[in-house]
Design a binder for this molecule. Structure first.
Ligand SMILES: CC(C)(COP(=O)(O)OP(=O)(O)OC[C@H]1O[C@@H](n2cnc3c(N)ncnc32)[C@H](O)[C@@H]1OP(=O)(O)O)[C@@H](O)C(=O)NCCC(=O)NCCS
Length: 192
C-alpha cells in the first residue's frame, strides 16, 4: 500500500519526511535496522543478526509492502537519513482479518520528538479506513516505559503477558506484553 507523503515538524524543529519506502531508501533502511538493534534492548534483533537484511532482500521487501493491499510501511527521513519505520498489516483470513498488527522503531537521535506519536496516528488512520478492522494489536518488552506510555496515551490497553519471552545475551529474562486498541466500539471487550 502506498501512503501519501507528508511532513512532520519534530519538537526540536527538524522536519521529518514520512512516506512509503522506495529503492533509494534501501541502504538507509539496512543501516537503520543495524543501528536501531544496537541502541535498545527492546527490539527483537541484535546488530549481528542483521546480515539477512541485504540490498536484494530489502528491495523485495519494499516491492512486497508497497504492492500489498493489507500492509503499509512508513519511512521517516530526517536530514536525508532513515530514522524510523513503522508498519501496519492484517491478514486475509476470514477469521483474523479484523485484527491489525503494528510495529514501530525510531533511532535514538529522534526519540522524544513526537515522531513516534505522529507515526502511530498515521497507522491508526490507515487501520480505521478498513471497515473490517475492529482492533489494533502490538507487543512490547518489559521495561519499555517510553513505548508503553505512548501506546497507552493512544488508547492501547494491556491484554496479556508472555512470561520470559525475551532472553538477553547476559541471561536476563524479560516478559512481553500484548496490547489491544479497540477501533470500533461495540466490537466486544474480549472478556468471556
Ligand atoms: C518507542 C518509540 C517508538 C517512541 O517514539 P518517540 O518518538 O520516542 O515517542 P514520542 O516522542 O512520540 O512520545 C513518547 C511519549 O512517551 C513519553 N515519554 C517519553 N519518555 C518517556 C519515558 N522514559 N517514560 C515514560 N514516558 C516517556 C513522552 O512524554 C511522550 O508522550 P507525550 O507525547 O504525551 O509527550 C521510540 O522511542 C523507539 O523507537 N524506541 C526504540 C524501539 C522501540 O522500543 N520500539 C517499540 C517496540 S514495542
Amino acid at each position: 500500500m502506498i501512503i501519501e507523503p507528508f511532513e512532520f515538524e519534530m519538537k526540536d524543529g527538524r522536519t521529518a519526511l514520512i512516506r512509503s519506502p522506495n529503492y533509494g531508501d534501501v541502504p538507509g533502511l539496512i543501516e537503520y535496522l543495524r543501528v536501531s538493534a544496537g541502541e535498545t534492548e527492546f527490539l527483537i534483533r541484535y546488530p549481528e543478526e542483521c546480515g539477512k537484511y541485504t540490498e536484494a532482500a530489502e528491495r523485495a521487501f519494499v516491492d512486497r509492502v508497497n504492492a500489498s493491499g493489507s500492509e503499509a510501511m512508513l519511512t521517516a527521513i530526517v536530514e536525508g537519513r532513515v530514522v524510523g519505520t513503522c508498519q501496519v498489516l492484517w491478514s486475509g483470513s476470514i477469521k483474523t482479518r479484523h485484527r491489525a498488527q503494528v510495529a514501530i522503531a525510531i533511532l535514538r537521535d529522534c526519540w522524544g520528538q513526537g515522531l513516534g506519536r505522529r507515526l502511530m496516528l498515521e497507522l491508526i488512520r490507515i487501520a480505521e479506513e478498513n471497515e473490517d478492522i475492529i482492533q489494533m494489536e502490538l507487543d512490547f518488552v518489559e521495561g519499555n516505559s517510553r513505548a508503553r506510555a505512548l501506546y497507552e496515551s493512544l488508547g492501547f490497553r494491556i491484554t496479556g503477558v508472555k512470561p520470559n519471552a525475551i532472553r538477553l545475551k547476559d541471561g536476563t529474562l524479560l516478559n512481553e506484553y500484548s496490547m489491544v486498541k479497540v477501533l470500533r466500539p461495540g466490537a466486544g471487550t474480549g472478556e468471556r
